[in-house]
Design a protein around this ligand. Structure first.
Ligand code: B16
Ligand code: MG
Length: 218
């Protein structure tokens, strides 16, 4: 029986992953006059701010001193925060509030396992904070996704064994992290990218608790 639900945020609860990549694109355009290809978006999904920047710079074969690296991260976050200004409860992705309600009705504990340091701000803007019994702090875990740490921390936050939890993710790194934590992975996206998920849906409107429970019990 499912006892805990561990949610990713960007790309699962809200479509903020789009804003992340827009911010990276604008940053790189301004600072290096280069256009990032679409393929880099998936590689930066679920991955920490520093790891995302490193992946982008590696792709562009650009080396920067540590001080500039930190300045670029600050600049990216400023751009990202600007795009969050307009975020409202109606921007919660389809089916998410219904799923949170269904989980709560069945007394399944809910935790957040996002790599984003902006996650508490986003949950507050969407007026969803009260559903979450725990929010794992990405600054406190040793390794980011695809390591299991943030999902283990989220499960610990609600005092449920990871094997009794589902984890919901839209990124390759995130599905790998859930699987490594030995929780049941639910992917939102394409089989091409998230084929390693225990259960896959096309979009968040298909995240139905009864279907997830049936698959979890198998
Ligand atoms: P921040 P998630 C992740 O959130 C994003 O998918 C990823 O693109 C971003 O780099 C990371 O958070 C860090 O975000 O810069 O706001 O700390 O998908 O794990 O909810
Ligand atoms: Mg995500």
């Amino acid at each position: 029986m499912i006892q805990g639900a561990l949610f990713d945020l960007d790309g699962v609860i809200a479509d903020t992953s789009v804003y992340h990549f827009q911010a990276w694109r604008a940053l790189i355009q301004t600072n290096f006059h280069k256009k990032l290809p679409d393929e880099l978006e998936q590689r930066t999904k679920g991955v920490s701010r520093a790891d995302s920047l490193q992946a982008i710079l590696d792709f562009l074969q650009i080396d920067v001193p540590q001080k500039q690296f930190e300045q670029l991260m600050i600049e990216k976050n400023q751009l990202y925060l600007q795009s969050l200004e307009q975020l409202q409860p109606k921007d919660t992705l389809p089916g998410i509030v219904a799923l949170l309600e269904a989980l709560q009705a069945q007394k399944i504990k809910i935790a957040l396992a996002s790599a984003s340091r902006n996650a508490p701000t986003i949950l507050a803007k969407l007026q969803l904070t009260d559903y979450f019994a725990a929010i794992a702090d990405p600054a406190q875990v040793q390794a980011g996704k695809p390591a299991p740490d943030i999902f283990l921390a989220a499960a610990q936050g609600i005092a449920v064994a990871p094997k009794d939890c589902i984890g919901i993710e839209d990124s390759i790194a995130g599905i790998q992290a859930i699987n490594a934590a030995q929780a049941f992975s639910v992917g939102v996206g394409s089989a091409q990218e998230l084929g390693a998920a225990d259960l896959l849906v096309d979009d968040t409107s298909q995240l139905k608790l009864d279907i997830i429970q049936t698959q979890f019990a198998k």
